[in-house]
Design a binder for this molecule. Structure first.
Ligand SMILES: [Zn+2]
Ligand SMILES: [Zn+2]
Length: 760
């Protein structure tokens, strides 16, 4: 391609800003003895190099082959230009402009080099809680604009000292052009203040560790927001934290100092090690050890524990000083968004925290900790946020026109998409209060600007009352595409796997608005990206009292038992527990008043959970279903066999399973065994229903999605069952199966419907 000496212009696209790419190019040019320059612009990294053809070829090949750890090179293109006789190699100023296509790296856990400095008494950053370099540190949460440059971050207000400036300018240094670089002399400072805002004397980390050791609660400013911390083994402290947060039972995450400390708390299978110790540092849900020194109220009624390792230098310092794991939960009360501004945190958390461990680096975008499970050696995202966002989810099919997908109502995320990239947002939360809604609308504006997506197509859920739907309908000058909730779930699983379908889609979920205006949630679809047929579903039952039935699963027990037994409901504990209100709710069920019918799998889990006496009421979404999974005995091999096919596949499954549950309960079978048999029976029914659909359609791939598939006991049984029967099975590994993944599905469906060439 290149003969003799010459000059080429190079363009690199992908996550190449804020990850040490320019220094890397500088090194590479020196290695190949090439002259030229490199810089950032709105498209990514540009460079020109001049020298021997073979050297330039090696240089270009190495750009992706040897790229820095955090870089994701998507494309390298070159063009020959006339040589200029330039000598030396330089980094040129960033070019700003109107078109923005650069990618911003997610926030990244402290790297080994920075950790070594942190504990090196001779290093000038010894013990400095905000140290970072090109390979680690804050990114997305501090970026205010593009191109990624110090002046477009919240570090803009901290001028570099002479030492930092020298490192920043030295191509041989690890901090060469590390935008958030700082040190104790020039960077943000850490302080510990008490609940009234008065400074606490002495070393802030030392004092905070002492407070934690004494069982106090400390608010700690993290990467994406404030956390509340307290000793994980102190029941009194954890209970006080629960009371303060008004969070009755939802499990807290625990941060352990290192992998060894984590192993004291949970069993860490080999596949979980890279997830736990990797640069993204999510909370990983793992089986809790029987002897784990963790207070009971950290994760009540849960045999799993969410564990994460330190990801900011401050965490390393604090855990190192304390020497014992801490609860580290989002700094908020009940369902509010996590506090991320200092004044707001002070106001909202002062009644809970005894003190605040804070610094003056502003957080621009609040980002919650991500949560994953590990399924068959791969991540199964439960919440995709800090550490993952805003890395795009790439798909094999282009978004011909820019798309905004508004997502669902609960666990909301949105995405903007163009090219082959979908930028799925951080976890916004439940769109039920003003603050969350602002985070949603502000987030859309921020993403549209950062990734230069001016949406021409706006995709939304069919539910008319979702605030995300209402937002979409208010957008002017765009084409609106309504996407059915469970079609979006299945499409998100297709996009997650880069498979266009058609597939047999199994969407087991809480509630979603159906095409017929009823509430769906236990759906068997034949679907591709464009559309779907509903080929089966769980039999619909009333939800007595509507949303009240979501909060009170025993009402779903009423609905199922009434459907099955009518006036002859057997003598069950659940009936006795609710004796006074039972007949009223039966009447409500039968009248249909405020009792919409639903085919939801989540509500079926609710009913069984209540019948088994596990949960009559819930304090957070999915709690009854989680209790059922957590209670299922793993040594139980039996499963209920119910009618799964019939004229409409799955329609008799719910009632059949509940009947089996009741029979076993009346025969005094252990509820843990019943819970397991229920899971196995449902999985078996799903497999047989899929076989029936394969019979009639010839489709051999199955996609599994919907919030119920966060249940790995069910997921494992369904996947194993389907594979045994020769199906190819698609599960989630990049976006959550729950409503946090819905926006991706909406986006690919909307794009597919607008694609000129159906075969593309
Ligand atoms: Zn580093
Ligand atoms: Zn400095």
């Amino acid at each position: 391609m290149l003969a003799g000496a010459g000059r080429i212009r190079v363009r690199v696209e992908g996550i190449v800003q804020g990850v040490g790419f320019r220094p890397f190019v500088h090194h590479l040019a020196a290695e190949y003895r090439l002259a030229g320059f490199v810089g950032n612009d709105t498209e990514g990294v540009f460079a020109e190099v001049e020298g021997e053809a073979a050297a330039m070829a090696g240089f270009v090949a190495d750009l992706s082959r040897r790229a820095p750890t955090l870089a994701q090179v998507e494309r390298v293109s070159t063009e020959v230009v006339p040589p200029t006789g330039q000598r030396g190699f330089g980094i040129v100023a960033s070019v700003t402009g109107v078109g923005r296509a650069t990618l911003i790296s997610p926030d990244t856990a402290t790297c080994p080099d920075c950790l070594a400095e942190l504990s090196d008494a001779a290093d000038r950053r010894h013990g400095y809680p905000l140290t970072n370099c090109t390979n680690c540190g804050p990114r997305f949460t501090i970026v205010t604009d593009v191109p990624y440059d110090r002046r477009a971050t919240t570090m803009a207000e901290f001028p570099l000292c002479a030492d930092c400036a020298a490192e920043y300018a030295d191509p041989q240094d690890r901090r060469f052009h590390a935008e958030p670089v700082c040190c104790p002399a020039c960077g943000p400072t850490l302080r510990l203040v008490d609940a009234d805002g008065a400074p606490v004397p002495g070393d802030p980390v030392e004092a905070a560790a002492r407070w934690l050791r004494d069982g106090r609660i400390v608010a700690v400013k993290g990467l994406g927001g404030y956390h509340l911390a307290t000793r994980a083994d102190d029941e009194q402290a954890v209970s006080a934290l629960r009371a303060g947060k008004r969070r009755e039972e939802k499990p807290f995450a625990v941060m352990a100092g290192d992998l060894g400390a984590a192993r004291v708390l949970v069993d860490v299978p080999p596949a979980a090690v890279p997830v736990l110790t990797g640069a993204r540092r999510p909370v990983v849900l793992l089986p809790r050890r029987a002897d784990a020194p963790v207070a009971a109220s950290v994760a009540p009624d849960n045999r799993d524990l969410g564990v994460m390792l330190p990801y900011a230098p401050l965490h390393h310092l604090l855990l190192g000083r304390l020497g014992t794991p801490i609860v580290l939960t989002s700094g908020n009360t009940s369902d509010e968004p996590i506090a991320h501004r200092d004044d707001d945190a002070r106001e909202r958390l002062a009644h809970i925290a005894d003190g605040f461990l804070v610094h003056d680096r502003r957080i621009h975008v609040r980002t919650d900790d991500s949560v994953v499970r590990v399924f068959r050696g791969r991540e199964l995202p439960v919440r995709r946020s800090r550490g993952y966002v805003p890395a795009p989810v790439t798909v094999p099919w282009p978004f011909d026109r820019p798309v905004l997908a508004c997502g669902a109502e609960l666990k909301n995320t949105f995405c903007v998409a163009k090219g082959r990239r979908a930028f799925v947002s951080h976890h916004i939360g439940d769109l039920e209060n003003y603050e969350t809604l602002c985070a949603f609308t502000d987030g859309i504006e921020h993403f549209s600007r950062l990734f230069d997506v001016r949406p021409e197509i706006v995709a939304h859920d069919l539910h008319p009352e979702y605030l995300s739907t209402k937002y979409a309908l208010r957008r002017a000058d765009v084409e609106l595409v309504g996407v059915q909730h469970h079609h979006a779930h299945i499409a998100s699983c297709l996009a997650d796997n880069g498979d266009p379908g058609p597939v047999i889609g199994v969407a087991l979920d809480g509630l979603g608005f159906g095409s017929d205006g009823t509430l769906w949630g236990g759906e068997l679809l034949v679907a591709d990206l464009r559309g779907f047929d509903r080929v089966g579903h769980l039999g619909a039952v009333p939800m007595p009292g509507g949303v009240a039935a979501v909060r009170e699963p025993w009402r779903m027990a009423v609905a199922y038992l009434d459907e099955i037994y009518g006036d002859a409901v057997p003598d069950l504990a659940v009936v006795r527990r609710h004796e006074r209100r039972w007949s009223t709710v039966v009447a409500l069920t039968r009248s249909g008043t405020n009792s919409p019918r639903t085919s939801s799998a989540g509500r079926l889990f609710d009913a069984v959970s209540a019948i088994l006496g596990l949960r009559d009421r819930v304090t957070y979404e999915g709690q009854a279903a989680i209790a059922l999974e957590q209670r299922a005995r793993l040594d139980e091999r039996g499963g209920y066999r119910v009618e799964a096919v019939g004229p409409v596949p799955l329609v008799d499954v719910g009632r059949g399973l509940v009947r089996c549950v009741v029979d076993d309960l009346l025969a005094d079978v252990d509820p843990g065994r019943i819970a397991a048999r229920f899971h196995h029976g449902l999985a078996d029914a799903v497999v047989r229903a899929a076989e029936a659909v394969r019979e009639s359609t010839g489709l051999t791939s199955v996609a599994l999605s919907g919030g119920v598939f966060q249940n790995v006991l069910l997921l494992d049984r369904v996947v194993c069952g389907l594979e045994t029967k020769g199906f190819r099975v698609l599960v989630h590994s990049r976006v959550p199966p729950n409503d946090g993944g819905v926006c991706l599905g909406q986006a690919v469906v909307a794009a597919a419907r607008h694609r000129a060439d159906p075969a593309a």
